[in-house]
Write a protein that binds this ligand. Structure first.
Ligand SMILES: Nc1ncnc2c1ncn2[C@@H]1O[C@H](COP(=O)(O)OP(=O)(O)OP(=O)(O)O)[C@@H](O)[C@H]1O
Length: 260
């Protein structure tokens, strides 16, 4: 559903993404892995409209979406989760979810168009939707907690929950597991798989935790030095010599071989 053709993103003379071509097929939970500095986040940022590409094209189905702004992509159901902004930390978890759809219309416009009764009705609808999302994610118990006071893992779940407040088609998740304990990471993994199977979401997930990737992702795309190095099941890429080399460096790999 997303096709990236020969994408380049340079920073000065440095080629962070250097001719990457890949597809994220509809209905998959696709993993994107690679050593530090491989260009994964930069690729995400270009697809999600945060950075213009130096060259190359991005398609959603047959439609070209290269360079569209994040809000334009949002309306097409292409979402990248983002951290709860500092200024929303004093709002509750439920309120953080409820404001996702309204913010896309612009609150002023919202208030100008609708009567008070309509706004109240809409708020009721959003509250019910937010509560349903929190229940799906098994975090109903933190609905009234201030967003700034929940754990890092719970924040990741709330970020995922924000995508459920609108009609997401494809969700890009960058390092969902960073700083998250194993139990919560499993809860996040379960939520991703259920959203995929029960609600038809497609995911593209950047993560360094290979156990997590192996459990939820198929296929797995490996990037190194701004290019796609390999694609296959988690087991296939783990056994791929070029992937091992990219992670370890050729010297270390030969040393390990010599020791074996
Ligand atoms: N705005 C920028 N200006 C200059 N260089 C940048 C910028 N953003 C990224 N880079 C460089 O581009 C390279 C790729 O970075 P990127 O964050 O995309 O890699 P990554 O694969 O996501 O790495 P990690 O797994 O460590 O997050 C890195 O060497 C990084 O320093």
């Amino acid at each position: 559903m997303i096709r990236v053709e020969n994408l380049h993103r340079h920073f000065g003379g440095f080629h962070a993404v250097d001719g990457a071509s890949l597809s994220i097929r509809q209905g998959t939970v696709t993993g994107l892995i690679g050593p530090n500095g491989a260009g994964k986040s930069t690729l995400f940022n270009v697809i999600a409209g945060r950075l213009p590409p130096t060259s190359g094209r991005v398609f959603m189905g047959e439609e070209e979406i290269t360079g569209l702004a994040p809000h334009e992509l949002f309306h097409k159901g292409v979402l990248r989760t983002f951290q709860i902004a500092h200024e929303f930390g004093s709002m509750t978890v439920r309120e953080n979810l409820m404001m996702v759809p309204a913010r896309q219309h612009g609150e002023k416009l919202w208030n100008a168009i609708f009567s008070r009764a309509q706004i109240r009705e809409e708020e009721e609808r959003l509250r019910a939707k937010a509560d349903e999302v929190l229940e799906f994610l098994t975090i109903s118990h933190i609905a009234d907690h201030k967003a700034s006071q929940i754990s890092g893992g719970q924040k990741k779940l709330v970020e995922l929950g924000r995508t459920m407040m609108v009609d997401a088609k494809i969700v890009f998740l960058d390092e969902v597991g960073a700083g998250v304990n194993r139990t919560l990471l499993n809860t996040i993994g379960d939520a991703i798989l259920r959203l995929n199977r029960e609600r038809g979401y497609t995911f593209c997930v950047i993560e360094h935790d290979m156990e997590f990737i192996g459990r939820i992702c198929d296929p797995v795309i490996v990037m190194a030095e701004g290019k796609v190095l390999a694609e296959g099941s988690a087991a296939e890429v783990r056994a791929n010599e070029r992937v091992i080399e990219a992670y370890l460096g050729r010297g270390l790999k030969n040393k390990l071989k010599a020791q074996a």
